[in-house]
Design a protein around this ligand. Structure first.
Ligand SMILES: *[C@@H]1O[C@H](CO)[C@@H](O)[C@H](O)[C@H]1NC(C)=O
Ligand SMILES: *[C@@H]1O[C@H](CO)[C@@H](O)[C@H](O)[C@H]1NC(C)=O
Ligand SMILES: *[C@@H]1O[C@H](CO)[C@@H](O)[C@H](O)[C@H]1NC(C)=O
Ligand SMILES: *[C@@H]1O[C@H](CO)[C@@H](O)[C@H](O)[C@H]1NC(C)=O
Ligand SMILES: *[C@@H]1O[C@H](CO)[C@@H](O)[C@H](O)[C@H]1NC(C)=O
Ligand SMILES: *[C@@H]1O[C@H](CO)[C@@H](O)[C@H](O)[C@H]1NC(C)=O
Ligand SMILES: *[C@@H]1O[C@H](CO)[C@@H](O)[C@H](O)[C@H]1NC(C)=O
Length: 580
């Protein structure tokens, strides 16, 4: 299908090749996205994602004909008024195919809510954060299943809990922290529904897509489904859930440990290890950020362009979009190499998945599966210690594969790598193995990890920073993200050392105060905070900071549940103590 406007937009790059795999629906929406950018005078905030989220009122064919018939100026842009009118006439507002819904298990003042939170300000705020589930819970409109070609939203049977604002659909890894919060809020059924939706997606796709939109179906996100199931099982002891989940988890496990996701590397002794990497099944601009991605690759050759698009989509699969972590030169998006990296965090998540499957199989009395996954976890732990661990530095480093010294073997379906190197850069992901319970042998080495974290410069007055580099990207300094903060706290808590436990509690206290003071100032929970300063929200990246916000709310509730807050301990930034 050709759509006018898109050609114009891309004509600067010569020949127009539409990405393979893009449906007529996405092609049309992306063309409108490009037209909106071209015809805007820059006075309005422009979000490319908006244009791939708008539901069609009529068929794709009718809408495309109407779009092609719009008047165009000499320079081939559509007059803003005409475009605006067209969008109003042919589309609903983005998000209108999600219907606000009050979960049945929501209670505005739940019984026995956070009994250990005794400070009055903290209690009042915790109840407000709890109340936000009402604003974030939606049902997918029946029209989506009825007319799937007129929506990019994927149909789902159970209520979805969205992160918030521009993220008005279910997301994969966000859901883990949403579920932790829902469980504190006593909303076990809603939590189970969130899991059920994700399991249905695995049945459909063989993996959990990044989010519940058609334009997310060619990549996943950090694999935490088994953790979600473990969290709900911990509360309910519901074996039916485990039975239903088992074949689904095995399917998801195969996705992450086969094909391009799995890499075979040889260590210094010549022993082979299997580890995984992120790998999006996409080498075109991301539809939801099409105009941005096309802009990034300007002037590149076709093959270099495809490579960069692939690494952009792969960075989105990692959850860290974007970060200096994936950039060869540590600062420029054009040097992304995401798919040539064996990431520490992904392998810690997969180790955790293996342990969870082993645990579930044990409960279900399936010894074959239990054994298989006990061995898989041991193998991965060994691989992580041989390849990613750095004894001198007391932490784990991402490994960079030599771009040319590897080959993909069709016979055993795996990439074999001959040359690789640890890249010794400081990221909070270097410490995620703590959370997964992977620790070096011996108390001295174990304690060294805690010291390394303390000395890393990442632990700051208002949380843990993502990196030490301020690149303007959102997964870099000085931003701190709730999921990372939560995993670091849990990892330190589980380390078995008093210093670790004290650090965990202190980070939690600093984080909660900062989230609270920011809430008082802007009236909202946000997706990321500034680790350097209590009460300051984060910034940077390809879109404006978003409010809502699913995982931040979940972590607040979960930390308040874990540590409580005494009545006499002030709930305010330390430098503001005199004010109150
Ligand atoms: C994207 O994913 C969908 C669904 O899994 C699949 O049908 C399609 O072939 C994929 N596209 C590409 C370009 O791989
Ligand atoms: C295209 O032409 C229209 C009408 O002449 C003008 O208002 C607009 O600024 C032009 N846009 C660009 C990008 O040159
Ligand atoms: C909803 O549930 C029904 C019955 O279990 C199932 O057949 C259908 O595939 C589900 N729909 C979606 C969108 O998952
Ligand atoms: C290779 O992996 C793909 C999925 O990545 C799978 O569909 C295919 O069956 C595998 N082939 C072999 C020979 O294992
Ligand atoms: C395209 O990139 C340039 C810098 O390379 C930037 O100034 C401009 O705002 C970008 N445009 C869009 C639409 O992203
Ligand atoms: C154990 O699980 C595997 C994988 O799902 C399955 O093939 C096998 O039949 C199960 N064994 C028993 C005894 O249930
Ligand atoms: C706790 O965090 C604050 C703020 O960064 C810091 O000043 C203090 O030294 C920390 N205390 C401990 C015991 O780590």
């Amino acid at each position: 299908m050709t759509v006018m406007g898109l050609e114009t937009f891309m004509s600067g790059c010569g020949q127009i090749v539409m990405p393979t795999g893009m449906s007529n629906l996405l092609t049309l929406l992306v063309a409108i996205q490009a037209a909106a950018l071209a015809s805007s005078d820059g006075s309005l905030r422009y979000d490319p994602k908006y244009y791939v989220d708008i539901p069609l009122r009529f068929s794709v064919k009718e809408t495309t004909l109407a779009f092609d018939a719009l008047p165009r100026s000499q320079n081939n842009t559509i007059p803003p008024k005409a475009l605006d009118q067209f969008v109003k006439q042919f589309f609903d507002v983005a998000g209108n195919d999600l219907i606000p819904s009050t979960p049945k298990d929501f209670n505005p003042s739940p019984p026995n809510f956070l009994p250990q939170v005794q400070n009055a300000y903290a209690r009042k705020w915790a109840l407000k954060v709890h109340g936000l589930w009402l604003e974030l819970t939606r049902k997918v409109s029946p029209s989506v299943a009825k007319e799937p070609n007129q929506h990019t939203l994927l149909p789902l049977n159970y209520s979805v809990v969205i992160p918030g604002e521009r993220f008005k659909e279910a997301y994969y890894w966000d859901s883990y922290w949403v579920i932790k919060g829902l469980l504190v809020s006593g909303m076990t059924d809603t939590a189970k529904g969130v899991i059920e939706n994700l399991m249905e997606l695995v049945e459909r796709y063989g993996f959990v897509p990044n989010g519940a939109r058609v334009y997310y179906e060619n990549r996943s996100q950090p694999p935490l489904l088994s953790m979600m199931i473990r969290a709900v099982y911990g509360k309910t002891r519901d074996q039916t859930l485990l039975k239903r989940a088992m074949p689904i988890l095995l399917k998801e496990y195969a996705f992450w440990t086969s094909g391009r996701h799995e890499v075979k590397v040889r260590d210094n002794n010549g022993d082979e290890h299997r580890l995984s990497r992120f790998w999006a099944n996409w080498d075109a601009p991301r539809p939801e950020s099409f105009t941005i991605d096309v802009n990034v690759t300007q002037g590149m050759s076709k093959s270099r362009e495809a490579q960069l698009y692939h690494d952009i989509a792969t960075a989105a699969e990692s959850g860290w979009d974007f970060s200096s972590r994936w950039m060869e030169d540590g600062q420029n998006l054009k040097t992304l190499r995401t798919s040539k990296i064996i990431p520490v965090d992904l392998n810690a998540y997969l180790f955790q998945m293996e342990k969870n499957i082993e645990y579930f199989a044990k409960i279900l009395g399936n010894q074959t599966t239990e054994m298989r996954f006990a061995i898989a976890a041991k193998d991965r732990q060994r691989a992580i210690q041989k390849v990613l661990w750095n004894r001198k530095k007391g932490q784990w480093y991402d490994v960079w594969l030599h771009p040319n010294r590897c080959s993909y073997s069709e016979t055993d379906n795996r990439t074999v790598v001959f040359e690789w190197k640890q890249k010794r850069r400081t990221y909070i992901s270097n410490f995620i193995p703590l959370w997964a319970g992977i620790l070096p042998k011996g108390d001295v080495r174990k304690e060294k990890v805690i010291e390394a974290l303390l000395d890393s410069g990442l632990v700051l007055p208002a949380g843990v920073a993502t990196s030490l580099k301020n690149t303007g990207q959102q997964w870099d300094f000085p931003n701190a993200w709730a999921p990372m903060v939560d995993m670091i706290i849990e990892g330190l808590e589980a380390s078995g050392f008093l210093t670790g436990k004290l650090m965990a509690k202190n980070i939690s206290r600093n984080w909660l105060r900062s989230n609270y003071v920011a809430y008082e100032q802007v009236g909202k929970m946000v997706e990321k905070y500034d680790a350097t300063s209590c009460g300051k929200i984060g910034g940077g990246g390809e879109y404006n900071p978003q409010t809502g916000f699913g995982w931040s709310n979940g972590v607040v509730l979960s930390l308040l549940h874990k540590y409580g807050w005494p009545a006499n301990e002030p709930f305010i930034c330390e430098d503001q103590l005199e004010i109150r």
